[in-house]
Write a new protein. Structure first.
Length: 287
C-alpha cells in the first residue's frame, strides 16, 4: 500500500514578526538592523517552506486516487459513517467528517486496519482541500498533527512493531537479547539503536524518534520523572503547545532527522529533551 505523504502549504496570514522583534522603538541602529535582519531571515525561511509545500503537494497528492476503494474509518464504539460518494467517484466534502478526529489517530496501532483507513481517508480529505485552494487554518493544524503521527506510524512499521508490541506494558526489543545484528544494520542510520537503547529497558515509542541524541536524553531520565504521554501530545501539537505555534513538524521522510523541526514553544517547554540534538537544531534553523 502506498503511503500518502501530504504536506502543508503555509498561509499568507502567518505572522513572521514577533513581539520581541519590534524594532520601531529602538534608537540603536545596530539593534534595529539586527531585528530587521532576523525578520527578513524568517521571511526567507517561510518562503522556502511555501515553495517546498507546493512542490510536495503536487507530487504526493497525485497519488491519492479519487475513485480508490476505501473502507470508512470507524473508531471503536462509534457508529459507522459512510464516506460520501457520487457514482463511482468520491464526492469532495468541504468539511472534515466528524468520525475523522485527528486526536484518535496515534502510532499505538501501526498495523491496525483502522490506522490504514484513517490515513487514506484523511489524505483524500486534505487532497480535496488542496484542490479547492488554500486550506483553512483548521486544515493546516490538523495536517501538521497528521504528518508527525504518520511519521511515527511509518517508523513503527520500519522497526517491525505491531499493536501488541506497542501496548502500554510493552518493552523495546532492542533492550532484550532477541534482535539480530542484520536487522539493526538494515535500518536507516537514524533509527539504529544507541547503546542506551540496547541496555536500558524502555517503551518502544522512544525507538520511533529518528534523532539518536533525543532518544538518549529520554533514556537518561527515569521514566517516572516526566510525563511521557504529555510529551507525546506536545510533540503532536496538542494542548499547551498547539494553537499553531507548537509541536514538531515533519517536512520530509519519517526517518530523516533533517526533516524534523521543533517549535520554539516546544523547545522552551522541553529544553532537556532537545539538548545536544545537533541534527534537530540544524534542521530547525534550516526550515
Amino acid at each position: 500500500m502506498s503511503q500518502h505523504h501530504i504536506l502543508v502549504q503555509p498561509t499568507t496570514q502567518q505572522v513572521v514578526a514577533r513581539p520581541e522583534d519590534d524594532w520601531t522603538g529602538k534608537s540603536d541602529p545596530k539593534e534595529r538592523k539586527k531585528l530587521q535582519d532576523r525578520i527578513n531571515q524568517r521571511i526567507l525561511r517561510q518562503r522556502k517552506r511555501a515553495g517546498y509545500w507546493q512542490r510536495e503537494c503536487v507530487l504526493h497528492t497525485s497519488r491519492v486516487s479519487a475513485n480508490a476503494e476505501m473502507v470508512p474509518y470507524e473508531p471503536p464504539g462509534e457508529q459507522n459513517v459512510p464516506w460520501p460518494q457520487s457514482g463511482s467517484h468520491l464526492a469532495i466534502c468541504s468539511c472534515k467528517p466528524k468520525f475523522m478526529d485527528i486526536s484518535s489517530f496515534t502510532a499505538c496501532k501501526p498495523d491496525s486496519e483502522l490506522t490504514e483507513n484513517f490515513i487514506r481517508h484523511f489524505s483524500t480529505w486534505v487532497h480535496g482541500e488542496y484542490l479547492r485552494g488554500s486550506p483553512r487554518t483548521e486544515t493546516l493544524l490538523s495536517l501538521v498533527q497528521f504528518n508527525i503521527t504518520r511519521a511515527l506510524v511509518t517508523n513503527a512499521k520500519t522497526l517491525g512493531l505491531t499493536t501488541r508490541r506497542m501496548s502500554r506494558q510493552a518493552r523495546s526489543r532492542f533492550a532484550s537479547t532477541g534482535v539480530e545484528a542484520t536487522f539493526i544494520e538494515s535500518l536507516p542510520p537514524s533509527l539504529q539503536p544507541t547503546i542506551f537503547q540496547l541496555t536500558i529497558p524502555h517503551h518502544p515509542w522512544i525507538d520511533l524518534l529518528p534523532v539518536p541524541e533525543l532518544r538518549n536524553n529520554l533514556l537518561r531520565r527515569s521514566s517516572d520523572s516526566y510525563d511521557a504521554a504529555q510529551l507525546c501530545r506536545d510533540m503532536r501539537g496538542f494542548q499547551q503547545v498547539a494553537h499553531g505555534r507548537g509541536g514538531v513538524t515533519v517536512w520530509g521522510q519519517s526517518w530523516d532527522p533533517h526533516g524534523w523541526e521543533v517549535s520554539p514553544d516546544f523547545a522552551q517547554k522541553w529544553p532537556w529533551v532537545v539538548q545536544g540534538c545537533q541534527s534537530l537544531l540544524e534542521s530547525t534553523n534550516h526550515w
